[in-house]
Every structure is written in structure tokens, then in C-alpha cells.
Design a protein around this ligand. Structure first.
Ligand SMILES: Cc1ncc(COP(=O)(O)O)c(C=O)c1O
Length: 428
């Protein structure tokens, strides 16, 4: 007998894999190979803005595949041409150039940084504590989590991390009504004492996703933009999670009424999970030579066709209004559970980007994160057939809830009912 056979009884993945094997998906529903149905409340990995296998988007990608699967970015093609125009049309007015040579979010962020460095002639990048901007070496080096950086050498030494606008756990121990926006003004100290003094850009998620659904107070992003403008620093919004309707508006830039100098996009862009990324910039920021940022699968044609269809669907009358409506229902419903379950802390949401803090129930006023209970809730929800995620890639205390934007009132009622059952289970 072949000595390798016993080893091959387990799937030969490098990493541990779930015993659950998914075989079919439609909308919010996923099915495993044993016929069990799940309610996917995180849209895949927050990327299936239109849910699993949205038929119109899948059809658009198939049609493109029938015509032409791949074209080198040395040539134009109708799908990428139309997508560039559509992205410029739907994004804030100052963003007039689309760079479509990135296959995903990490690479789009790297391209945005290169553009900022090229234009300003400066080097360093300011990012936020708790930010997650991707997993390439540079993005790992800029991560707002030491846990992500520690195992590897510092391959991006020019990163400076500064406190996030996390009012529920303010770094400066202030309250939002009288804080003086220290999380913006004190960035000067970090630049002066912790950077090389040569700062090209500030790169932020307008709402921190993996970090715990951290929604800044209304003044934060306008103050940050003014701070950057005054210092000739470029402000980059990473809208990989917040973009394409997630916050009930096309972009978080619209939700907050602040236009960055550069915006990066990926994840939800193709609606159903085909890989694609984009960088949008102001006109004055063009000039980075093509050879410095381009990847084989950047602007992949079927994904571009899917993205175009996704944008068309998001623009249909009432679509984003419904996201705001169901988002409010879900957020209020989850917040309502707090009265019965003292381990639920702050529930915060923008559209369908919702986070629920899990705290130690014995002394709720102390607002102490309860990571163990958050994982227990995740497990209890899975038993109820509900898929959620926990912040910080499972190490945090915030339940992340981001169902597809096609959610209906009855989907929300079902999600809430299952949350109630799971919460009751772990409360007992
Ligand atoms: C906010 C944000 N930016 C960037 C990325 C990286 O995107 P990608 O995995 O497509 O490289 C992620 C992925 O989780 C993300 O959440």
C-alpha cells in the first residue's frame, strides 16, 4: 500500500479547512453538500454585494466570456472602457481618472500609495490602528494590528500607525462631544516623532471593517481631509468594504460627504465575487508610468462586465433607499436585543455595514470586550444556520453583520429571529 494514502484521507490543504463544504448559492442563501441551508450574513467575505450568483451579473460575465475572456491592458476593450467611465460617473466629482490594472484591494492600495509617492515625492504612509488594508507584504506592513506584522520582517518600513476614531474605546479617553478631535490633530505628533518627516499619504478605511465596524463621528473625515490639505498630504479612502452601496450610498465618501484625493475599490465591485480592483484619482494626480503598476489580471474582462452590470443594478430606482431601510431595520432589531442580553454592547451601523460589540455581561458599564463570548455567539449562530464574522479575523469582540444588499424585510425578520435564538442559547 502507498505510504502516502493515510495522509491523503484529509484534504491536502496547507491550512486547516472547515468540515462544511459549500456547493450552491443564491442570494443570501448558501447550501452545503449535505443539503443544509445557511443565511450568509457577511456576503461571502463582504464582497458579494448582490448576493450569491446574482443571475443578471452572472449572465453579463458569461456573455463577456463568450466574446473575449482576456485582453492585454495594452489595448482598450468595451468592458473596461465602459467601466472606467461608469466609475468616474458614480464617484465623487473630483475623481476623474480610473486606474484598472489591479486585480484586488491590496494591489489597488499599493497602486494608490505609489501614485501618492510619485506625485508628492514623499515616502511615508499613515494608517490607522485596527485597520486592515490587505495581505500583500506592503499592506501587512501597514496593518493596524501588530499580530499581522509580527511574524514577518518589516518590509514596508515607512508605515506610521495612528489611533483610530473609535469613540466607544477612545485612545485619548475623551468623549465625542468635547474631544477636540484629538485623533486628527495629534497625527502631527506621530508625523513629527514617529515618521521620517516625509509623508506622502494618509490611507484610511472610512469605516474600519475588519477592525470592528468602527464608524467615525461626523466631523472626523472632514477634519482629516482639511489636515491633509493643509500639509500637502494626499488622503486615500480604501472603500473596498464600504463601497458599492454597502453604507446605503454608493460610497462612504457620499455617506460622510467627504471626497478623498484617491479612492481604492475592490471586493463588492463585481457584485458576485469576480476579482477586480480600481484606483480612482483626481486629474492632477495622473502621471505614474504604466510600467510601475500593472498585474496580469487587472481589469479582467468578465469581472469588468460584471462590475458594469452591478453598477447598473445599484443605480436602479429605490435600490439604495432599500439598503438604508433594511439596514435601519436590522440595526434597530439587533440593538433591541441588548435589553435582554447584557453581553451585547454598542450596536452601530451605516446602511448594511453593521457591528455588534460583545462585552462582559457582569459589568456592562465597564464595556470590557468579551472575545470568547463573541466566538461562542458565532458558533451558536452557525448552529442556527447563520454565517457571521468576528472582527480582527476572529480575534476581536465585534460581530460583523453585512448581508447582501438585496435583503428584504422578511430576510431581516428571519436574521433577527435566529439571532434571538442564538443569543438566548448562549445566555442560558
Ligand atoms: C478594507 C480592505 N481593504 C483591502 C482589502 C484587501 O483586498 P484583497 O483581498 O482583494 O486584496 C481588504 C480585504 O479584506 C479589506 O477589507
Amino acid at each position: 500500500m502507498n505510504a502516502l494514502l493515510p495522509l491523503l484521507q484529509d484534504p491536502p490543504f496547507y491550512y486547516p479547512v472547515s468540515p462544511i463544504s459549500m456547493v450552491r448559492g443564491r442570494g443570501l442563501r448558501l447550501h452545503d453538500d449535505e443539503g443544509r441551508e445557511y443565511l450568509d450574513c457577511v456576503s461571502g467575505t463582504f464582497n458579494l454585494i448582490l448576493g450569491h450568483n446574482h443571475p443578471e451579473v452572472v449572465e453579463a460575465a458569461k456573455l463577456q466570456m463568450d466574446e473575449l475572456v482576456f485582453s492585454s491592458s495594452n489595448f482598450n476593450a468595451p468592458a473596461v472602457d465602459a467601466l472606467a467611465r461608469a466609475l468616474v460617473a458614480i464617484s465623487p466629482a473630483n475623481l476623474t481618472r480610473a486606474h484598472l490594472r489591479s486585480p484586488g484591494g491590496s494591489t489597488a492600495n499599493e497602486g494608490a500609495i505609489r501614485i501618492a509617492q510619485h506625485i508628492t515625492g514623499k515616502r511615508d504612509v499613515v494608517t490607522l490602528f485596527r485597520s486592515h488594508l490587505g495581505q500583500t507584504f506592503a499592506m501587512t506592513g501597514l496593518s493596524g494590528f501588530s499580530t499581522h506584522r509580527t511574524p514577518f520582517p518589516n518590509v514596508f518600513p515607512g508605515g506610521v500607525q495612528v489611533p483610530a476614531p473609535y469613540c466607544a474605546r477612545c485612545f485619548y479617553k475623551q468623549s465625542p462631544d468635547q474631544c477636540g478631535m484629538l485623533c486628527v490633530s495629534r497625527i502631527d505628533d506621530f508625523i513629527r516623532y514617529a515618521s521620517t518627516g516625509s509623508v506622502a499619504c494618509v490611507l484610511v478605511e472610512p469605516i474600519l471593517g475588519v477592525g470592528g465596524n468602527i464608524i467615525p463621528p461626523a466631523d472626523y473625515l472632514p477634519s482629516l481631509k482639511a489636515f491633509c490639505d493643509e500639509r500637502g498630504i494626499l488622503l486615500i479612502f480604501d472603500e473596498c468594504q464600504t463601497g458599492f452601496g454597502r453604507c446605503g450610498h454608493m460610497f462612504a465618501a457620499d455617506y460622510f460627504g467627504v471626497s478623498p484625493h484617491i479612492m481604492t475599490l475592490a471586493k463588492g465591485m463585481s457584485g458576485v465575487g469576480l476579482p477586480i480592483g480600481a484606483i480612482l484619482t483626481e486629474d492632477r494626480l495622473t502621471g505614474l508610468d504604466k510600467l510601475f503598476h500593472g498585474f496580469t489580471n487587472g481589469g479582467w474582462l468578465p469581472a469588468a462586465a460584471a462590475a458594469l452590470k452591478t453598477i447598473e443594478i445599484l443605480q436602479r430606482p429605490g435600490f439604495l433607499e432599500n439598503v438604508r431601510h433594511v439596514g435601519k431595520l436590522l440595526c434597530e432589531g439587533l440593538d433591541g436585543l441588548r435589553a435582554r442580553y447584557p453581553f451585547i454592547g454598542e450596536v452601530r451601523g451605516a446602511g448594511l455595514m453593521i457591528g455588534m460589540e460583545i462585552i462582559e455581561p457582569d459589568n456592562p458599564a465597564a464595556n470590557l470586550p468579551d472575545n470568547t463570548r463573541a466566538l461562542a455567539l458565532q458558533k451558536a449562530l452557525l448552529q442556527q444556520g447563520v454565517i457571521i464574522r468576528i472582527s480582527e479575523h476572529g480575534r476581536g469582540n465585534v460581530v460583523e453583520i453585512r448581508p447582501a444588499l438585496i435583503c428584504t424585510d422578511s430576510d431581516i425578520a428571519e436574521i433577527l429571529q435566529r439571532f434571538e435564538q442564538a443569543c438566548a442559547g448562549i445566555h442560558a
